[in-house]
Structure formats: structure tokens, C-alpha cells
Design a protein around this ligand. Structure first.
Ligand SMILES: [Zn+2]
Length: 291
């Protein structure tokens, strides 16, 4: 028992050392790495039990999915601030979403989640009053796609209401490893001599489409400390936005939640962060079944 625990610990230490070396090599400072020490109170849950998968894969699932869609539509109609075309677009996005994301949405989101739908500043979820501030008309016409912001902010809300799920250590580790792997492989396969050149080129790749890449681009900016500049990010307006690395994880959680409702954006997420996305989905399964 103890031996296997020691073995697991040594694996984690080994992974951490590799990551630290690589982070130093690509020019992140030591403070950045130090911030990767996660709060100790995080508990790990058994998120991948076969039981939960079996429940999801039973023949009954189409019925429960239909129930989720009906419940959601009812909720949408109760939001009197939504005009018809916006409501339709949000409803369509939800119907096309993954089963687990639908279930989690309905479990955690109360009917009056958006307190200000005509907000002039940057859309956000407020942890103090547990409400969303955003602009429906802006989201309707957004280049990212109608409803992307709506689902993103609800992703933040779920993260918070389900107990700050994005603080999960394995999720952080998977995201960092995916990032390091992607940059390393990109550098190798394109014969770049420096990491910086590879990061610049990755930024160019991420400038092709706001509609499909803005979420990945934002996460990449945070992970690279601004060295990867794609089509979206937070540093242009707020240079210190990513200083607290927890921001990266909570933003990633919200982006990955939103991507559950858009197949194209989901594919992009999977291309850059395959393991973190898998971990994220396990986290969703975990909170969907907790009572
Ligand atoms: Zn956000």
C-alpha cells in the first residue's frame, strides 16, 4: 500500500521536475512555477468510475437527454430579457451540446443566473453575488459565435457553485503537460531552433479564426505568459491578467465548458489540450453525480 503511494509520489515528483526544467527552458520565471503549488484542501474524487459511464451509456439516455432539453427550454422562456432570435440560438447551441454538459448545466444553474443582460463592461460572473453580468445584444452579434459568451460565463458559474472544481490538481497538471508537449512537438516537427520561434508561429496559427480559435488562443496566451499571441487574449487590456496562475485554470474550465456546445470549437480544444479536456470531462461527470 505504502509502496504504491511512494511510487505514485515519485512519478508526480518526476513529472514536476521535467515540467520545471522545461518551463525554465522556455523562459517562464520561477515565480510562475511556484504558483503551481496548489491549495492543499483540494480533494481528489473518484471521477472515472465505470458506474457513472454505464449510467450515461444506458438505453435510457436519450430520454434523460430530452428531459434536459425540455427543462432548459422552459428555463430560457422564463428569461424575459431574451429576444426571440437570441433565445433560439442559445436553445440550438444547448441541444447540440454534450449530454454531460447539459446535465450539469441543469443541475447547477438557477433560473435567474444573468442579473444584467445589458451590461456595458466586460462580461463576467461575479463570485460575490453569484450572478452573471453580460450583454445579450453583443453576444448575439459576436464574432466568436452567438451564445459563446453566455455559455462561457455559465461555465464560470458552474465552477464556483459546484465547489471551485477548476482547482483540481490533476486538471492543472494535464493542462500544463498538454501545453509543453504541444510546443515541444511543434518546435521539433517544424525544425525551429528556438522555443520563442515556435511560440510565435503557434500564435500565427491561432490567428486564423476567432470563431473557432478564440478560446484556445486565450488559454495559450496565459500558459505561455503572453509569448503566444493568437486571435484573442486578455493581456492587451490587462497586462497582469495571468499573473495569478489560478486564472488560467478557471478560464480554461469556462472555455472547455462552452466548447461542449460547439463541435468546431471542441475539436480545436481537443487538438491543443487533449488530456486536459478529458480530465475536464471527468470533473463534469464527478459533479453531475455528487449528491
Ligand atoms: Zn472567463
Amino acid at each position: 500500500m505504502h509502496d504504491s503511494l511512494n511510487y505514485a509520489n515519485s512519478l508526480v515528483r518526476d513529472r514536476q521536475k521535467k515540467m520545471r526544467d522545461f518551463i525554465l527552458q522556455i523562459g517562464q520565471d520561477r515565480d510562475y512555477f511556484r504558483e503551481q503549488n496548489y491549495p492543499k484542501e483540494n480533494t481528489r474524487k473518484d471521477l472515472t468510475s465505470n458506474k457513472t459511464r454505464d449510467i450515461i451509456n444506458t438505453d435510457e439516455s436519450p430520454i434523460s437527454e430530452l428531459k434536459d432539453i425540455l427543462k432548459f427550454k422552459k428555463r430560457l422562456h422564463s428569461d424575459k430579457k431574451m429576444e426571440k432570435s437570441y433565445r433560439k440560438a442559445i436553445g440550438k447551441r444547448f441541444s447540440n451540446g454534450s449530454e454531460i454538459a447539459k446535465k450539469v448545466f441543469n443541475k447547477f444553474i438557477p433560473p435567474d443566473s444573468v442579473v444584467d443582460s445589458n451590461y456595458n463592461g466586460t462580461a463576467h460572473y461575479n463570485r460575490n453575488d453569484k450572478k452573471i453580468y453580460m450583454n445579450y445584444s453583443k453576444d448575439l452579434l459576436s464574432l466568436k459565435g452567438t451564445g459563446v459568451t453566455w455559455f462561457h460565463e455559465h461555465g464560470h458559474m458552474i465552477d464556483d457553485l459546484a465547489g471551485k472544481v477548476s482547482t483540481n490538481e490533476d486538471f492543472h497538471m494535464s493542462l500544463l503537460m498538454d501545453y509543453l508537449e504541444y510546443v515541444k512537438n511543434y518546435k521539433r516537427s517544424n525544425n525551429f531552433t528556438s522555443i520563442l520561434d515556435a511560440q510565435e508561429a503557434i500564435g500565427k496559427d491561432l490567428k486564423k479564426s476567432v470563431k473557432s480559435q478564440n478560446a484556445v488562443s486565450d488559454i495559450m496566451e496565459g500558459l505561455s505568459n503572453g509569448k503566444i499571441k493568437g486571435c484573442a487574449g486578455h493581456m492587451a487590456n490587462k497586462p497582469h491578467y495571468w499573473k495569478n496562475s489560478n486564472m488560467i485554470y478557471s478560464e480554461t474550465f469556462a472555455h472547455m465548458f462552452e466548447a461542449q456546445f460547439d463541435k468546431v470549437r471542441y475539436k480545436e480544444m481537443q487538438k491543443y489540450f487533449p488530456n486536459a479536456l478529458k480530465k475536464f470531462e471527468e470533473l463534469l461527470e464527478g459533479i453531475s453525480n455528487d449528491e
